[in-house]
Structures are given as C-alpha cells and as structure tokens.
Design a protein around this ligand. Structure first.
Ligand SMILES: [Zn+2]
Ligand SMILES: [Zn+2]
Length: 261
C-alpha cells in the first residue's frame, strides 16, 4: 500500500492483514498456540482452556471403587467437554502444523502475539488447573439375623487436591435426623444406616480466589461460580460404587507481586 512509502516509520507488520481463517473465533486475534477440536474448530490454546464448557454430567464416569485420585492425574489429555463454538462434545489437541504455517506466514506478528500472551498471563495472575473429583459410596449389606435389614453405607467426595476446597455441604434425604452436614476437611464423607437408596446432593465450595469452569457452577457468598452442586444416587449393589469427574478450576488469587513484605 502507498502509506508505507509516505511514512517510512511504519513497519511492514502493520500492513499485514490477517486472513479470517487464521483468526481465533474467540479473541479475534492471530491464532496463538492453535488447537484443533474434533468438530474442526481452530482456537488459541488459552481461549479453548478458558471457554470450554466442562459440565459435570458430561464428565461423570463410573470407575472401580478402589481407584484413588492420585492414580489419575495424567488423564487430563482425554478431557472431553463442550466446544465453545458449536457446543458439541469434543476434545482438542495442539496443532503444530497450523502453528508452523502461521509462524511462516506472519513471522514477526506471531512473535509479538507470543510476547503479548506471556505478558498478559503474568499480569493477570490467573491459572487454570484440573481437579479430579470422585463421588460415591461404600456399603455393607444387612446381617441376615438383623431383622431391621439396615444397610451400613458411607457416602464420600474425594479430590486430587484438597487444598482448593473450602467445604463440602452434604444434603441427605429429609427423613434423616440431621439431613444437612458440612465437612470442612477430608474425609468429606458421611456414614449412616438405612433401608433404601436415594439421591444425595453435595455442594463443593472452593476457597476464595478459585472458581469452577463449568456451566453447572453457582454463585455463592458474593463469589462467582464458587459452588458446584453434585448428585449421587446411593448404590447398594456389591460393595458400592463411585464415579470420576475431571473438572477445571480457575485460580485468580493475587500473588501480591512486587510488594516486598
Ligand atoms: Zn484466541
Ligand atoms: Zn465445535
């Protein structure tokens, strides 16, 4: 364009027009660390992480009762969630092919974008973590000689990282004497005797500064998306049952950068 000749201070980069296909549909900037979804959407890695809709129901998977949170930390790669663009269940993976193409095509502009992203991340003090949640119950069936026929069950919620959990509120069937219980530290569980199965509700409330990246999360105590309601139907078969959910949390704790105390 003629402007380059008229104003020699303008660098070539300002003249580069980014093609539509190379723009992230979420941030409308040049794709940065592009990921491609199964539904063929291309987004920045960070945009995908932040906007993907991780709902509890889409994540709940029945797993063996003896599986522990520690066993499963690397399973993040298989995280399936709703695409922020088309809302279908999908997963995303980094595309180095697209990244190389964009780097080759836009050169300095991509470098600038990378610097910007790094600066943004630093300024925001935001990080995104995966939290594995197990919910379930164990059960001991009634003794044959016991006429009351009471099942001895224990409901539990377990986390791969308990340091982010402030409390778990457990809501039992209203026929129990104390149907509402709050657990402030592990084990987040309750043991009772009962005849029948019912749906137990558990609200997992995070510490201040953390929030759930999930469409199911609710606001509480003037904090956004801090509470996650979970449901579990008691299981009296075998020794019980448990389900695993892989969820994402956002950490917005201010790190008091530079304020030497
Ligand atoms: Zn983006
Ligand atoms: Zn999609």
């Amino acid at each position: 364009m003629a402007s380059t000749e008229e104003n020699p201070n303008l660098s070539d980069e300002t003249e580069i027009e980014i093609e539509d296909d190379d723009l992230c549909p979420i941030c409308r900037q040049l794709l940065h660390r592009p990921v491609i979804t199964e539904c063929s959407h291309t987004l920045c890695e960070l945009c995908m992480t932040e906007w993907v809709d991780v709902s509890v129901t889409s994540q709940m998977t029945i797993v063996p009762l003896n599986e522990q949170p520690e066993d499963n930390i690397s399973a993040m790669a298989n995280l399936r969630a709703k695409c922020p663009m088309c809302r279908t269940m999908t997963s995303a993976k980094r595309s180095l092919e697209i990244e190389e193409r964009i780097k080759g095509k836009y050169g300095g502009l991509y470098e600038k974008r990378e610097e910007e992203a790094a600066r943004e991340e630093e300024g925001k003090d935001v990080s995104i973590e995966t939290l594995t949640v197990y919910i379930g119950n164990t059960v001991v069936p009634p003794d044959l000689e016991d006429e009351r026929g009471l099942y001895d069950w224990e409901f539990f919620v377990k986390f791969s990282d308990t340091s982010v959990v402030n409390e778990v509120e457990i809501l039992l069937h209203e026929t129990f004497k104390k149907p509402r219980l709050v657990r402030w530290k592990a084990p987040f569980s309750v043991r009772r005797l009962g005849w029948g199965v019912f749906v137990i509700r558990a609200n997992v409330i995070l510490k201040y500064g953390y929030s759930w990246i999930s469409s199911d999360a609710e606001d509480a105590r003037n904090a956004r998306k801090i509470s996650l309601p979970l449901e579990w139907e008691l299981c009296f078969d075998g020794g019980g049952s448990q389900a695993r959910c892989q969820l994402k949390i956002k950490n917005e704790r201010r790190l008091a950068r530079g304020s030497a105390r």
